[in-house]
Design a protein around this ligand. Sequence first.
Ligand code: AMP
Ligand code: ZN
Length: 474
Amino acid sequence: MSLRLYNTLTRRVDPFEPLAPPRVTLYTCGPTVWNFAHIGNFRTFLFEDLLRRYLEYSGYDVFQIMNLTDVDDRTIQAAAKAGVVLTKHTEPFTQAFFEDRDYLRIKPAHVYTRATAYIGPMVELVQQLLDCRIAYRSEDGSVYYAVGKFDTYGRLSQLDKRELKAGARVASDEYAKDNVQDFALWKAAVPEDEKVGAAWDTPFGRGRPGWHLECSAMALTEIRSRFGIETLDIHAGGVDLIFPHHENEIAQSEGATGRTFARHWMHGEFLTVEGTKMSKRFGNFLTARDLREEGLDPAAFRRLVFLTHYRQQLSFSDAGLRAAQGSVTRLGEFRDRLVLAARTAKADLSAGNELETQFRAAMDDDLNAPEAMAAVFSFVTNVNRELDAGAGPEKAAGWLKVFDRTMDVLDVTPRKAAVAADLAAWVAERIAARQQARKAGDYAAADAIRGEIAARGIELEDTPAGPRWKKRDA
Ligand code: AMP
Ligand code: ZN
């Protein structure tokens, strides 16, 4: 079986077919850098990390673009409130986002596009839409997209006309427009924009980009210049972006290029607290740095997130996090045991086949991480049983390989275990070297190695079943 992914456009789980395999172009809507991202935002970024890593595991060559929204209503308001220019306000939050991303072991995108660095392409896109009369200028100097000119508007969100109207009203476009559904591409400059340096001169007036325009212009610029294409393989974000953000991105991009903007649209569900979406607005939020300050192992948060399928709401709780911590500790201990048992043996690659098969079957089925995780834990139970019964080092080495491959995707072993595992691997290697020296009759070398091992706080004991070691009590 090969990879199948739910596509919001078709409302089905479809076979995943990129435009030009093995390349996969992936655009993920990034954070608005007006403040610290909360762990709800990071749930979405972790779903995208899982997607990216599993595509790579499956042999695809992924190119991921993530934007940083550094000019929009929220960033401008926040900068004005702080009394600084826009970039001065957004840059520290951008850096904080990168730190949090690394803490949560999210693989960096290949490129991070800051909206303010793409004003040129945004202006060109608006001009193009004006030239073909899909866009119009209003009396207040803003430019709007005439939704009625785009036949398939509403296809992604499948909202009927009545709902579209309601949605358009809540979108924060408070300028004059012909039709209530129309949305702003370019917003005429107001004093607050000028105050923070968020206004640019263009042939159609001084102002700043609308949020939706930003993603279309950045995505198209990147894939055109790098690959000569105008169609993304996958576009992803949280479910709240389906309408109006992604609907509008499609209208703008396809209105200009006449080509499909993205083949697969993927949306992650919300992280909630007691039934309510986590949001700055509701005050029910935690940031990644809060978790870090509490000394939480990022593996535990990853485990918690992947324990719920990305299309289901994830209800966050401290109890859930504590349980996740227990599980990842168990995985760490298991890995240490495997490293020790494997010593330097050559891997028996048939060992672990079952895990590989089950892991793939789960993940191929629309990234079913909860099932993949269950497969990992039943593997842990079975392998522990076999190790208890005296399974040999070749098998252990094979199991370790397969286990590590699944961890390349899930990445849910504790960091502390990684250090211990490095030590265990080193000890195993030294013990093998010592055995070799003894076999060759070089007892001086063997003793020197024993000394080296002792110097790292390890006690070595020669038993009839071979050497055993343990860490000396501190
Ligand atoms: P923003 O910084 O508001 O532009 O949002 C960044 C990403 O986080 C978007 O993809 C949102 O859909 C997503 N997001 C916002 N709130 C939540 C939440 N409570 N749970 C999951 N994803 C969220
Ligand atoms: Zn976007």
